[in-house]
Ligand binder design. Structure first.
Ligand code: FAD
Ligand code: SF4
Length: 513
């Protein structure tokens, strides 16, 4: 049989890639050529965070080395576009067929499934994506069934036998330990073990130089210290299990000026490019519970994120695409505020969080949701603009995970399909869960007036503006009931201050980065 080619996408750096395994069932390893394409067009689709580009490109180049060390022949092609890379490969090697795994993202999958075989003049097999657990087993295949996270999560726990007793019931007697979690950091402080850092090797150092020379991008390559190989990613995971998992649950929603990562795992960048496997991670976390190393609330909290939220988000993405990208059920149209590019704002929480994102390409979940998206939602920013900002600024950003989280959850623009209520809150939430308000120029307790926190007047303004819609949502009833405590004068003051603030808020006008 003629040689086969296996095309592996840059975010599918899996051990035992399904297309490789399928090819090895047809021919011996020496007759397989693996194709990896670094596309200039793909790197420039948006001005991406430079640390994200370094991670992705360096991880791809290291993966090529990993495959070579396993005896595969690798054709690592640098081309202007993916299509051009594919054409060059096919012209040079004339494979009998090309095997590949379906892309995690809509546009990539459309490209693979529609015209690829015709364009290349060779048969193409697009295998199902097994990078996600719900790609291996879809718990709710009926596209018309509305499924909330909790139902989805329990089905996944049952299917994969995670944290279940001999009767198939949840260990510890509960599916959910949220009541024990969601604490702020103690005022007296707490030692937080920093995540492992990985100094750049020669391959990464070269990539850093190349990325620094690109004409556009966000942030800097300097200080890059992420894992770029499977071994390093595994070490980062072991380090999390050992040092941070035990406190993960109680403090997963806490925010602090002192550190971007508290007891969080900081593993999403590696999971999203295939260096870590979600099932293996969930099973290892479960072992930490059985060995008594970590308490049930932390282990359940972590497994909920991995096999609950992460999988649910991917599942929602495929359920809602392609309409998700243009969903805007609140009709918001404001451009993205400029502060998201330069962190130039007197609002302490936003200044800290945006600076962090500019520096690291990372902030944790609650900061993404309750600081950034909350502000954008209350300020009426266009969900598509927020989506693009997130895609650009984070090291772990890919459309399948950004769009349901931002357009669905953060901006509640998909008609409540991803989350049953908008995640909006006044300053009270940030004040309770962080130390940002302590030295802020604004007062988190004031609703209106010169020192009032903008989250407050924007929040009450939002409730007043959307009172009818919110009243119809049973989960937001209590928030709207709070409006009865506002005097007519306070209503007028809140509306006027919000209007003035939004009018004066500098907007980003697209200048080059
Ligand atoms: P931890 O807090 O340690 O959680 C463990 C893991 O759970 C994460 O690594 C991640 O793989 C998974 N996880 C938890 N929640 C989610 C979720 N809602 N969606 C998907 N995975 C989840 N995650 C990304 O991977 N890339 C993104 O670009 C991204 N953008 C987001 C934008 C918004 C507005 C929101 C609200 C969430 C976003 N998330 C994104 C989800 C979540 O915030 C990040 O996965 C998490 O903060 C990554 O940090 P960590 O690895 O320290 O996570
Ligand atoms: Fe943020 Fe308001 Fe607190 Fe300042 S007072 S840190 S703006 S929530």
């Amino acid at each position: 049989m003629a040689p086969l080619s296996v095309w592996i996408l840059g975010d599918q750096l899996l051990r035992g890639h399904p297309a490789l395994l399928a090819a090895e069932r047809l021919v011996e390893r020496s007759r397989i050529r693996v194709l990896l394409i670094e596309s200039e067009q793909r790197k420039a689709r948006l001005p991406y965070h430079r640390k994200k580009l370094v991670l992705l490109i360096s991880a791809m180049r290291h993966y090529a080395e990993e495959l070579r060390s396993l005896g595969y022949t690798v054709d690592y092609v640098r081309a202007p576009t993916v299509l051009e890379g594919l054409r060059r490969h096919v012209e040079a090697h004339r494979p009998a067929r090309l095997l590949t795994m379906a892309a995690a993202e809509y546009r990539g999958r459309q490209f693979q499934q529609t015209h690829l075989a015709e364009l290349l003049g060779a048969p193409v097999d697009v295998l199902p994506n097994t990078q996600f657990l719900c790609g291996r087993y879809d718990p709710f295949p009926d596209p018309d069934k509305k499924v909330i996270l909790e139902t989805f999560y329990r089905a996944m726990r049952r299917r994969w036998g995670l944290l279940l007793d001999a009767h198939g019931e949840p260990v510890g007697g509960a599916w959910n330990f949220d009541r024990e979690n969601r604490k702020p950091l103690p005022r007296r402080g707490l030692f937080i073990p920093a995540p492992l850092r990985f100094p750049p090797d020669a391959i990464t150092a070269k990539v850093m130089q190349e990325v620094a020379a690109l004409p556009q991008g966000v942030g800097r390559v300097d200080g890059f210290d992420l894992a770029v190989t499977r071994d390093e990613a595994q070490k980062a995971f072991e380090d999390f299990l050992l040092h941070r998992l035990p406190n993960f649950g109680p403090y997963e929603d806490a925010m602090s000026r002192s550190s971007a990562v508290l007891f969080h795992s900081m593993l999403s960048p590696y999971m999203n490019i295939g260096l870590l496997d979600p099932l293996d991670m969930a099973q290892r976390a479960e072992q930490a519970y059985h060995s008594g190393h970590a308490p049930p609330a932390s282990v359940e909290g972590f497994i909920r994120q991995i096999v609950g939220w992460r999988e649910y988000i991917y599942w929602q993405y495929w359920r809602q695409m392609p309409g998700l990208l243009t969903a805007n059920c609140w009709g918001h149209t404001r451009a993205m505020p400029r502060l998201f590019w330069d962190a130039d704002t007197p609002m302490n929480c936003l200044r800290h969080v945006v600076s962090r994102v500019l520096d690291l390409g990372y902030c944790h979940h609650i900061e993404r949701l309750m600081v950034i998206c909350n502000f954008c939602m209350l300020a009426g920013v266009d969900p598509a603009a927020v989506n693009e900002w997130f895609l650009s600024f984070y090291v772990d950003a890919y459309e399948w995970v950004v769009s349901p989280n931002v357009i669905g959850m953060g901006m509640n623009a998909d008609g409540g399909q991803t989350a049953t209520k908008p995640y909006i809150a006044s300053a009270n939430y940030i004040h309770k869960m962080s130390d940002y308000c302590t030295d802020c120029r604004f007062n988190p307790k004031l609703r209106a007036g010169e020192n009032a926190c903008p989250y407050n007047f924007l929040y009450w303004n939002f409730l007043l503006e959307h009172e009818e819609t919110l009243r119809a949502n049973p989960r937001l009833g209590p928030a709207v009931l709070g409006l009865k405590h506002l005097t007519p004068e306070e209503r007028v003051a809140v509306r006027a201050q919000a209007a003035h603030f939004l009018e004066e808020l500098p907007l980003y006008s697209g200048e080059k980065r």
